[in-house]
Design a protein around this ligand. Structure first.
Ligand code: GAR
Length: 202
Protein backbone atom coordinates (compact mmCIF):
# COMPACT_ATOMS: atom_id res chain seq x y z
CA UNK A 1 0.00 0.00 0.00
CA UNK A 2 1.29 3.44 -0.89
CA UNK A 3 1.41 5.52 2.30
CA UNK A 4 1.75 8.98 0.96
CA UNK A 5 3.29 12.16 2.34
CA UNK A 6 2.46 15.25 0.30
CA UNK A 7 4.85 18.23 0.39
CA UNK A 8 3.82 21.74 -0.69
CA UNK A 9 4.63 25.38 -0.16
CA UNK A 10 1.49 27.12 -1.36
CA UNK A 11 -2.18 26.87 -2.07
CA UNK A 12 -2.26 23.11 -2.45
CA UNK A 13 -4.74 22.63 -5.28
CA UNK A 14 -2.82 19.57 -6.46
CA UNK A 15 -2.89 18.19 -2.93
CA UNK A 16 -6.64 18.82 -2.94
CA UNK A 17 -7.00 16.91 -6.23
CA UNK A 18 -5.14 13.97 -4.68
CA UNK A 19 -7.29 14.07 -1.53
CA UNK A 20 -10.46 14.28 -3.65
CA UNK A 21 -9.36 11.34 -5.80
CA UNK A 22 -8.72 9.23 -2.69
CA UNK A 23 -12.09 10.18 -1.19
CA UNK A 24 -13.83 9.41 -4.49
CA UNK A 25 -12.24 5.93 -4.57
CA UNK A 26 -10.29 6.73 -7.75
CA UNK A 27 -6.89 6.63 -6.05
CA UNK A 28 -6.00 3.69 -3.88
CA UNK A 29 -3.44 5.19 -1.48
CA UNK A 30 -3.39 6.32 2.14
CA UNK A 31 -2.45 9.95 2.73
CA UNK A 32 -0.45 9.81 5.96
CA UNK A 33 0.53 13.48 6.26
CA UNK A 34 0.91 16.80 4.49
CA UNK A 35 4.11 18.75 5.10
CA UNK A 36 5.00 22.34 4.32
CA UNK A 37 8.03 24.56 4.68
CA UNK A 38 5.67 27.58 4.84
CA UNK A 39 3.90 27.90 8.18
CA UNK A 40 0.73 29.57 6.86
CA UNK A 41 0.53 27.76 3.52
CA UNK A 42 -3.07 26.95 2.63
CA UNK A 43 -2.07 23.38 1.76
CA UNK A 44 -1.85 22.69 5.52
CA UNK A 45 -5.36 24.04 6.05
CA UNK A 46 -6.68 21.80 3.27
CA UNK A 47 -5.16 18.77 5.00
CA UNK A 48 -6.63 19.70 8.39
CA UNK A 49 -10.08 20.07 6.84
CA UNK A 50 -9.86 16.44 5.80
CA UNK A 51 -8.47 15.18 9.10
CA UNK A 52 -5.01 14.59 7.65
CA UNK A 53 -2.00 15.41 9.89
CA UNK A 54 -0.54 18.74 8.71
CA UNK A 55 3.01 19.58 9.72
CA UNK A 56 5.12 22.69 9.22
CA UNK A 57 8.89 22.31 9.30
CA UNK A 58 11.43 25.10 9.43
CA UNK A 59 14.06 24.98 6.67
CA UNK A 60 16.26 27.76 8.07
CA UNK A 61 18.99 28.71 7.39
CA UNK A 62 18.45 27.48 3.82
CA UNK A 63 16.35 29.53 1.40
CA UNK A 64 16.01 27.21 -1.58
CA UNK A 65 16.75 23.67 -0.41
CA UNK A 66 15.70 21.09 2.16
CA UNK A 67 18.93 20.05 3.83
CA UNK A 68 20.80 19.69 7.11
CA UNK A 69 18.82 19.71 10.35
CA UNK A 70 15.52 20.34 8.54
CA UNK A 71 16.07 17.27 6.37
CA UNK A 72 16.76 15.16 9.45
CA UNK A 73 13.60 16.50 11.07
CA UNK A 74 11.54 15.75 7.95
CA UNK A 75 12.83 12.16 7.89
CA UNK A 76 11.70 11.79 11.51
CA UNK A 77 8.26 13.21 10.71
CA UNK A 78 7.87 10.87 7.74
CA UNK A 79 8.89 7.87 9.80
CA UNK A 80 6.54 8.94 12.60
CA UNK A 81 3.64 8.97 10.17
CA UNK A 82 4.67 5.74 8.44
CA UNK A 83 5.02 7.38 5.02
CA UNK A 84 6.66 5.23 2.34
CA UNK A 85 6.19 7.51 -0.67
CA UNK A 86 6.45 11.28 -1.26
CA UNK A 87 4.51 13.45 -3.69
CA UNK A 88 5.85 16.97 -4.14
CA UNK A 89 2.93 19.23 -4.99
CA UNK A 90 4.10 22.80 -5.38
CA UNK A 91 7.04 22.26 -3.02
CA UNK A 92 9.39 25.10 -3.89
CA UNK A 93 12.65 23.70 -2.56
CA UNK A 94 15.33 21.43 -3.92
CA UNK A 95 15.31 18.01 -2.28
CA UNK A 96 18.81 16.86 -1.32
CA UNK A 97 20.70 13.60 -0.95
CA UNK A 98 19.44 12.52 2.50
CA UNK A 99 15.79 12.40 1.48
CA UNK A 100 16.56 11.17 -2.04
CA UNK A 101 18.55 8.28 -0.60
CA UNK A 102 15.99 7.36 2.09
CA UNK A 103 13.13 7.44 -0.46
CA UNK A 104 15.03 6.34 -3.56
CA UNK A 105 12.66 5.96 -6.51
CA UNK A 106 9.74 6.86 -4.25
CA UNK A 107 9.57 10.64 -4.69
CA UNK A 108 7.55 12.21 -7.49
CA UNK A 109 6.90 15.81 -8.49
CA UNK A 110 4.49 17.77 -10.66
CA UNK A 111 5.81 20.53 -12.88
CA UNK A 112 3.82 23.09 -14.90
CA UNK A 113 5.45 22.53 -18.30
CA UNK A 114 6.17 19.76 -20.76
CA UNK A 115 9.60 18.77 -19.49
CA UNK A 116 12.40 18.88 -20.47
CA UNK A 117 11.26 22.30 -21.68
CA UNK A 118 11.06 25.07 -19.09
CA UNK A 119 12.36 23.42 -15.89
CA UNK A 120 12.85 25.36 -12.66
CA UNK A 121 10.77 28.22 -11.38
CA UNK A 122 7.63 29.47 -13.16
CA UNK A 123 7.51 26.83 -15.89
CA UNK A 124 4.12 28.10 -17.06
CA UNK A 125 5.31 31.69 -17.36
CA UNK A 126 8.50 30.61 -19.10
CA UNK A 127 6.49 28.78 -21.78
CA UNK A 128 4.07 31.70 -22.21
CA UNK A 129 6.85 34.25 -22.55
CA UNK A 130 8.84 32.03 -24.92
CA UNK A 131 5.84 31.90 -27.23
CA UNK A 132 5.37 28.16 -27.64
CA UNK A 133 1.98 27.05 -28.99
CA UNK A 134 1.67 23.99 -26.75
CA UNK A 135 2.72 23.44 -23.18
CA UNK A 136 1.27 21.40 -20.32
CA UNK A 137 2.31 19.59 -17.19
CA UNK A 138 4.60 16.72 -16.25
CA UNK A 139 4.61 14.21 -13.40
CA UNK A 140 8.11 12.79 -12.95
CA UNK A 141 10.31 10.91 -10.52
CA UNK A 142 12.63 13.16 -8.55
CA UNK A 143 16.38 12.77 -8.94
CA UNK A 144 19.31 14.96 -7.91
CA UNK A 145 18.74 17.42 -10.77
CA UNK A 146 16.13 20.13 -11.14
CA UNK A 147 13.08 18.61 -12.87
CA UNK A 148 15.28 16.03 -14.65
CA UNK A 149 13.87 12.72 -13.36
CA UNK A 150 12.13 10.06 -15.48
CA UNK A 151 8.79 11.20 -16.83
CA UNK A 152 5.65 9.31 -15.73
CA UNK A 153 2.76 11.33 -17.16
CA UNK A 154 2.28 14.44 -19.27
CA UNK A 155 -0.76 16.35 -20.43
CA UNK A 156 -0.80 18.93 -23.16
CA UNK A 157 -2.40 22.40 -23.24
CA UNK A 158 -2.71 24.62 -26.32
CA UNK A 159 -1.74 28.27 -25.91
CA UNK A 160 -4.39 30.19 -27.84
CA UNK A 161 -3.89 33.75 -29.11
CA UNK A 162 -6.49 34.97 -26.60
CA UNK A 163 -4.75 33.38 -23.61
CA UNK A 164 -3.28 35.53 -20.90
CA UNK A 165 -0.80 34.06 -18.47
CA UNK A 166 -3.69 33.71 -16.00
CA UNK A 167 -5.96 31.77 -18.37
CA UNK A 168 -3.04 29.60 -19.42
CA UNK A 169 -2.22 28.78 -15.80
CA UNK A 170 -5.86 27.85 -15.18
CA UNK A 171 -5.71 25.40 -18.08
CA UNK A 172 -2.41 23.94 -16.88
CA UNK A 173 -3.73 23.52 -13.34
CA UNK A 174 -6.83 21.72 -14.60
CA UNK A 175 -4.60 19.25 -16.44
CA UNK A 176 -2.33 18.87 -13.40
CA UNK A 177 -5.32 17.94 -11.25
CA UNK A 178 -6.05 15.04 -13.61
CA UNK A 179 -2.44 14.02 -14.33
CA UNK A 180 -1.22 13.73 -10.74
CA UNK A 181 -3.85 11.37 -9.28
CA UNK A 182 -3.68 9.32 -12.48
CA UNK A 183 0.10 8.91 -12.24
CA UNK A 184 -0.06 8.04 -8.52
CA UNK A 185 -2.70 5.41 -9.22
CA UNK A 186 -0.49 3.84 -11.91
CA UNK A 187 2.38 3.65 -9.40
CA UNK A 188 0.09 2.35 -6.64
CA UNK A 189 -1.08 -0.42 -8.98
CA UNK A 190 2.55 -1.35 -9.72
CA UNK A 191 2.07 -0.54 -13.40
CA UNK A 192 5.03 1.77 -13.88
CA UNK A 193 8.16 0.01 -15.07
CA UNK A 194 11.51 1.77 -15.49
CA UNK A 195 13.45 1.25 -18.72
CA UNK A 196 16.46 3.53 -18.41
CA UNK A 197 15.23 7.09 -18.76
CA UNK A 198 11.82 5.93 -19.90
CA UNK A 199 8.92 4.70 -17.82
CA UNK A 200 6.56 2.18 -19.37
CA UNK A 201 2.94 1.65 -18.35
CA UNK A 202 2.05 -2.04 -17.98
C1 GAR B 1 1.71 23.75 -9.56
O1 GAR B 1 1.40 24.37 -10.79
C2 GAR B 1 2.96 22.92 -9.69
O2 GAR B 1 3.13 22.36 -10.97
C3 GAR B 1 4.01 23.97 -9.44
O3 GAR B 1 3.50 24.75 -8.41
C4 GAR B 1 2.09 24.79 -8.51
C5 GAR B 1 1.51 24.47 -7.16
O4 GAR B 1 0.14 24.70 -7.15
N1 GAR B 1 5.26 23.37 -9.10
C6 GAR B 1 6.44 23.86 -9.48
O5 GAR B 1 6.55 24.86 -10.16
C7 GAR B 1 7.63 23.06 -9.02
N2 GAR B 1 8.82 23.50 -9.69
P1 GAR B 1 -0.76 24.13 -5.98
O6 GAR B 1 -0.09 24.55 -4.66
O7 GAR B 1 -2.07 24.81 -6.16
O8 GAR B 1 -0.81 22.63 -6.13
Amino acid sequence: MMKLAIFGSGSGTNCQAIIDAVEAGALDVEIRCVLSDVEDAYILERARKHGIPAVWFDCAPFKTKLDGEAERKVLEILEGHGANFIALAGFMRIVKEGLLHAYQGRIVNIHPSLLPSFPGLDGGRQAYEYGVKYTGCTVHFVDAGVDTGAIINQKCVAIEDADTLDTLMEKIHAQEHAAYPEALQWIAEGRIRRAGRRTLLD
